[in-house]
Design a protein around this ligand. Structure first.
Ligand code: ADP
Ligand code: MG
Length: 563
């Protein structure tokens, strides 16, 4: 409200200035009273100071409002995205989410602070200037009025053109960024294939597109400024010529002529502003609509109204006739049923793409089953709150994601708020203690982007330390060690065995040697769970598992031979 009143005052002062000049020339100058002239000038200085201060307030407070709106919306959007289910992330490009969070909201914020009140004030100044001009001299005002449609058309035309040019420029810079991101994150591949030249060429091309787009945008901008400049000067010139003729014939005083010329300049500002608003409005509205759309998108998986927060699960897991597909193409699981007793270690084996990871993603309810049901300790997982369910399940995968931050923070991610002693104990159990303590900064060593690079084995150990800290009754190891060499794998295996003690553990393993001691093994194929039993039982069955085993055994022998 304060900024609105200030804006009105600024507009009024803008309108008042030419009248003051007119009075100065027509009344004050002929009187020749220097004392009065100085007084008036001091008064004008004060008015200017006031107007400058109010301009500051308008710009600052107006932007403050816009920035607050933008910040709140960005926060809401981020919160909302955090709550989305996996399907959302499967189907939404990261780039899109980023543009929602940055560009769209910027447009909305921009409109929010240049919005309705600016429009009102611009209209007021525009109309006010014309009313006063008609008071001074109607024919001259009419000439100015005739000019207006051309000026408005020109400004709008240029603004639209400029808007498109900027949009193009933004999309080109996004492409450039994408190229940088792609080729830097894939730098190992680039170098391994010695494709640096190719990458440079690709980048150069993209950068060139950006250059042309930005150059074009500036060309349009320069054209806009100069043509508007010309139009306004032309108007001033016409006013000057006609005004001079009127003044020569005694129909216009010198002061009136000067103030008229000044008013033509006052007119330009609101025209420019209104046209900018007119084009900002659809942009802001489009962004706002997309924002609303995204907020309206409910997470796929939601807690039922009477969902219970399960305090502690034993870990008896049952799949009953579970069918599931990611999309309409083909079902991944078809009528899969099995029972796992609490505390057992169960291994899933099978060719890649058979659906092992999918089975494990259904247990923490990352996706909901299409048919059938999954129960833990006899309770349907859809009757539990997602939070309590997921707190009881730990997942260690092949790729360990480490956040930018310290080792300590990354272990603590397993259970936020854990004490330093607990973190140290977890690191010790994961056989990571000696390594961490050998680092100069110890637990406060930065890792990731700009810090220490960990080896694959060390990353896995960190993931295991996280899990010790989380201490869930159900543990899923999805090819946790598949990316490691055999030696490291064997070393990590000991930690994993320790970790899986007293927990229901589901192991997806690539190398069959690592699951020798599993209580039971499920062989997953396109037909669901095709075989199950202990290692020896399955070998004796001489079916799919035996074949897999034979293939790996042969391969191992060949490898040994090659050595
Ligand atoms: P496994 O872990 O046994 O190698 P997955 O469970 O990862 O197999 O995948 C089973 C099938 O589901 C594959 O055909 C795979 O392409 C498909 N699939 C896996 N994840 C997704 C996903 N997020 N969206 C669509 N299809 C998927
Ligand atoms: Mg998998």
């Amino acid at each position: 409200m304060i900024d609105f009143s200030c804006a009105v005052l600024v507009a009024v002062l803008d309108l008042f200035f030419p009248i003051a000049v007119q009075w100065f020339i027509d009344t004050l100058l002929p009187e020749g009273n220097w004392g009065k002239i100085v007084q008036v000038n001091i008064l004008l200085l004060l008015v200017y100071l006031l107007s400058t201060f109010m301009n500051f307030v308008v710009n600052y407070l107006g932007h403050k409002l816009g920035i607050n709106i933008e910040t709140d919306m960005r926060r809401d959007l981020f919160d909302h995205i955090q709550k989305q289910s996996f399907k959302f992330f499967d189907n939404t490009k990261t780039g899109h989410i980023m543009s929602r969070i940055t560009n769209d909201l910027f447009d909305i914020g921009e409109f929010a602070h240049h919005g309705p009140e600016d429009f009102f004030i611009a209209m007021m100044t525009f109309i006010g200037a014309f009313v006063i001009m008609f008071q001074i001299n109607p024919p001259l005002a009419l000439i100015a009025l005739v000019f207006m449609p051309f000026l408005i058309w020109l400004v709008t035309y240029c603004n639209t053109k400029m808007n498109n040019a900027w949009k193009e420029m933004y999309s080109k810079i996004a492409d450039v960024n994408a190229r940088v991101e792609d080729s830097i994150s894939g730098i190992r591949v680039v170098k391994a294939f010695t494709n640096e030249e190719f990458e440079m060429d690709r980048f150069r091309k993209q950068n060139g597109f950006f250059q042309s787009a930005k150059l074009y945008a500036y060309k349009v901008m320069a054209g806009t400024h100069s043509s508007i400049y010309f139009m306004t000067r032309l108007l001033t010139l016409v006013i000057l010529v006609v005004g001079a003729w009127l003044s020569y014939n005694g129909k216009l005083s010198y002061g009136e002529l000067v103030s008229f010329v000044l008013y033509t300049n006052v007119l330009i500002k609101p025209v420019d502003k209104i046209s900018a608003l007119l084009e900002l409005y659809p942009k802001g509205m489009a962004g706002f609509k997309r924002f609303r759309e995204m907020l309206r998108q409910e997470p796929e998986i939601k807690d039922r109204e009477n969902a219970i927060a399960v305090p502690h699960l034993e870990g008896n897991i049952s799949f009953k006739d579970v069918s599931f597909r990611y999309d309409e193409t083909k079902p991944v699981l078809n009528n899969v049923s099995f029972d796992i007793k609490a505390g057992q270690t169960i291994a899933f084996v099978g060719s890649s793409g058979a659906g092992k990871t999918t089975i494990c993603s259904l247990i923490p309810r990352f996706y909901d089953v299409d048919e059938g049901s999954i129960t833990i300790d006899g309770i349907d997982i859809r009757d539990m709150t997602q939070k309590s369910l997921r707190q009881q399940i730990g997942i260690v995968q092949q790729d360990v994601f480490l956040f930018t931050g310290t080792i300590r923070e990354n272990i603590e991610y397993g259970r936020l708020g854990a004490s330093f002693e607990e973190i140290q104990a977890a690191a010790e159990k994961a056989h990571l203690k000696d390594f961490i303590e050998s680092l100069p900064d110890g637990y406060d060593t930065q890792i990731g982007e700009r810090g220490l690079k960990l080896s694959g084995g060390q990353k896995q150990r960190l993931a295991i330390a996280r899990m010790f800290l989380k201490n869930p009754p159900i543990l899923i190891l999805d090819e946790a060690t598949s990316a490691l060499d055999t030696e490291t794998e064997m070393m990590i295996q000991n930690s994993l065995n320790e970790l899986s003690k007293n927990r229901t553990t589901l192991v997806i393993a690539h190398r069959l040697a690592t699951i020798r001691n599993a209580d039971r093994i499920f062989v997953v194929t396109d037909n669901g769970i095709e075989e199950e039993g202990t290692y020896e039982e399955l070998l004796a069955l001489n079916g799919v598992f035996a074949k897999l085993h034979k293939a790996q055994f042969q391969k191992a022998e060949e490898m040994a031979y090659l050595k």
